[in-house]
Design a protein around this ligand. Sequence first.
Ligand code: LMR
Length: 351
Amino acid sequence: MGRQGRRALLAALLLIATVALAACGMRGAGAGGGDAAGGETFTIKFSHVVTPATPKGQAAQKFKEVVEQRSGGRIKVEVYPNSELYGDKDELQALQSNSVQVLAPASAKFTTIAPALQVLDLPFLFDSVDDIPKVASPDSAVGKAIYENEALAANNIKVMGLWDNGLKQLSSNTEMRTPDSLAGLSFRIQPSDVLRTQFEKWGASATPMAFSEVYNALQQGVVSGQENPYSNIESQNMHTVQKFITESNHGYVGYVLVINNQFFQSLPADLQQIVQQSADEASTYNREVAAKLNADARTTIEQAGTTTITELTPEERKAFKDRVVPSVWQQYADVIGPDLVNDLLAQQNAQ
Ligand code: LMR
């Protein structure tokens, strides 16, 4: 081959390499790329703040498996647990900028963007886990209010499902049998006005803080206590730095499974369907496993022997409830939606 021939060959090779590299680059998160058969491929990054062993962690894994299997590899889902990619402070912004495509934050985390979602944070919304599917399912009044929330839509966020963790318990280093025993204590909260007011009504102070910072804050005494379901307490080892847990079942940690709407709309119709069906399947799975994972976590905490679990009598639990229901519900009726709150109060009174 002459010099010119070699040059032409080199130029051709360079061109092929450039085209191949460009194709790889396009397969970044949320962008379409190509597969071997010439079809378009997509990557969904799913970021969350808890461990893979929790109700959210397990459901995220299920979502990944179902999407990948149903799409025959046309969609790849990368799950990032434990705030390792984004944490409470930046994950919603990352969703809106399409740096991640899917999240499942607890309702309280939406307070700035969509304060009405605090409906799920109302204290004593549920008396037991058995009430959750009735009150918080996609076709209940609460579910519809979340699916149809205009602030979420305006922020390019589409709701794909409602996931449970479970009911919250109180933890601290002193026994808490009455609301008065919380007086003077400080509790870490998720960033929600409803939750702040709840603790204030019990005479305590409330400090909003990212989930990933809670263990250290408890260990170092920055706050006296916190509220979470057993699965979150156990998986973050909070029970090793908290001497008491009051089984108050006083509130709910529920998640809103969301996707960047622009990304969702950019998917071909058949893949949109697959993503939504997979979200539905993961939601069913989540509800199947959540209660058991919390029961298992409770057992692990008991066996660790570092924490005394205080069960409340119905009267003791009612004393906590009477301080916050209906007052906190009424205080936030305008934020949440007066009709919805009246509806929920009527359901409470009918019990
Ligand atoms: C918390 O911040 O306490 C929880 O919302 C974390 C979670 O996602 O379960």
